[in-house]
Design a protein around this ligand. Structure first.
Ligand SMILES: O=C(O)CCC(=O)C(=O)O
Length: 295
């Protein structure tokens, strides 16, 4: 959906300044947007996933585990497609005011693309290197965003999401090595082109929500504190933005409408997009590919 059409509608839950920041900088964090009731429900659902992970000994299509994960001391990197694992995660998207925020940034018709729960466990939760989301799942237009909900307070030392303001207006960077291996991060040859001195950290108290456009360059540092950093990430798009490559994180809700209705017309924007690998044979996580565990 076009920015002018989105911004011509009155905001439901974000301020005009927050909407402007999203469009100008490619990201915004809204402090404590989600209240204690939803946080309690979601934390209980996360605890259920952690309990289930105790039975796992290696990473698979649902649980991505740190090397020293054990039944006694679980250490998770990610739960893939949490909406498919526990209905509370889906209800959060359809029944909470997060849908109003989506409308403020994407227009009245909003659909689901994928979800993941990234942990950054205490004392070692891994770095996420600079990358863009568009190379993982290109769409016909740029009305695609990732929304991150901090389940606990997240300060500067816990590896908050970091973004490079304005980078959504720049190029799509290569996420393959020169010899054609997908790494899921921006290659050394391009790192010097990034304006990393201008980095902005999106942190805040529990219930704070980050929104970044799928072209925005982002990443996060390791979590070396004793406090975990569970971050629930949902990717949503305007209904008229369609993916044209296979989904890395399959879900029964893919393309399900969260607000409004399905589009009759797809909107296409001009541009050059890198083609991701064919994920239909399976995908683990950004942590595994960036750590070169599969190369
Ligand atoms: O968990 C994080 O800090 C960032 C994750 C991320 O950017 C991703 O999964 O694409």
């Amino acid at each position: 959906m076009r920015k002018e059409d989105i911004m011509s509608r009155p905001a439901k839950v974000l301020s005009q300044a927050q909407r402007d920041e999203y469009f100008n900088d490619g990201a915004v964090v809204v402090p404590a947007l989600i209240g204690t009731e939803w946080l309690a429900k979601l934390r209980a659902a996360i605890d259920r996933q952690i309990e289930l992970s105790r039975a796992e000994t290696k990473s698979g299509s649902i649980f991505d585990l740190e090397r020293d994960h054990t039944a006694e001391e679980p250490r998770l990197r990610r739960v893939s497609s949490p909406c498919d694992q526990d209905e509370v995660f889906w209800q959060f998207l359809t029944d909470s005011k997060i849908g109003d925020a989506f409308e403020d940034l994407l227009g009245p018709n909003v659909k689901f693309y994928q979800s993941k729960l990234n942990f950054k466990w205490a004392k070692g939760g891994a770095e996420v290197k600079w990358h863009q989301d568009a190379p993982f799942f290109p769409h016909t237009n740029t009305s695609v965003l990732t929304c991150g909900l901090y389940l606990n307070d997240c300060d500067m030392d816990q590896g908050p999401l970091a973004i490079l303001p304005g980078s959504h207006k720049g190029p799509i960077y290569d996420h393959y090595t020169e010899d054609g291996h997908w790494t899921g991060d921006i290659q050394d040859k391009d790192l010097g082109k990034l304006d990393v001195d201008n980095v902005r950290y999106l942190h805040g108290p529990a219930g704070s929500v980050t929104f970044h456009n799928y072209r925005t360059v982002h990443g996060s540092k390791p979590n070396l504190t004793g406090r975990g950093r569970p971050l629930l990430l949902n990717v949503v798009s305007a209904a008229d933005s369609l993916p044209y490559t296979s989904q890395p994180l399959p879900s029964r809700y893919e393309q399900a409408i969260i607000r409004g209705q399905q589009a009759r017309w797809a909107h296409h924007e001009d541009g050059d997009y890198i083609v991701p690998p064919d994920w239909s044979g399976g995908y683990t996580s950004i942590f595994a590919t960036q750590q070169r565990e599969q190369m």
